[in-house]
Design a protein. Structure first.
Length: 73
């Protein structure tokens, strides 16, 4: 998995044989007989996806180090 987000950077995730890239449009493939009146609703649902939102607005992480005492048994 490669995660890069700003200034033209790309997220590439490989999961279960699928590749997800953020630099390409998300193509939701619908059956040929899918009603036209519901296509916009599908797009709106994808826009509300938590995973999509996390990729576009990743959380910040504060990374610190600490020292622990060894435990003797």
């Amino acid at each position: 998995m490669e995660i890069t987000l700003e200034n033209g950077k790309v997220v590439v995730a490989h999961t279960n044989g699928h590749i997800i890239r953020t630099d390409q449009p998300l193509d939701i493939q619908l059956p040929a007989d899918f009603p036209e009146k519901y296509r916009e609703a599908v797009i709106n649902s994808a826009d509300l996806c938590t995973v999509k939102k996390s990729i576009y607005n990743p959380p910040g992480f504060e990374i610190v180090t600490s020292t622990v005492n060894a435990v003797t048994i």
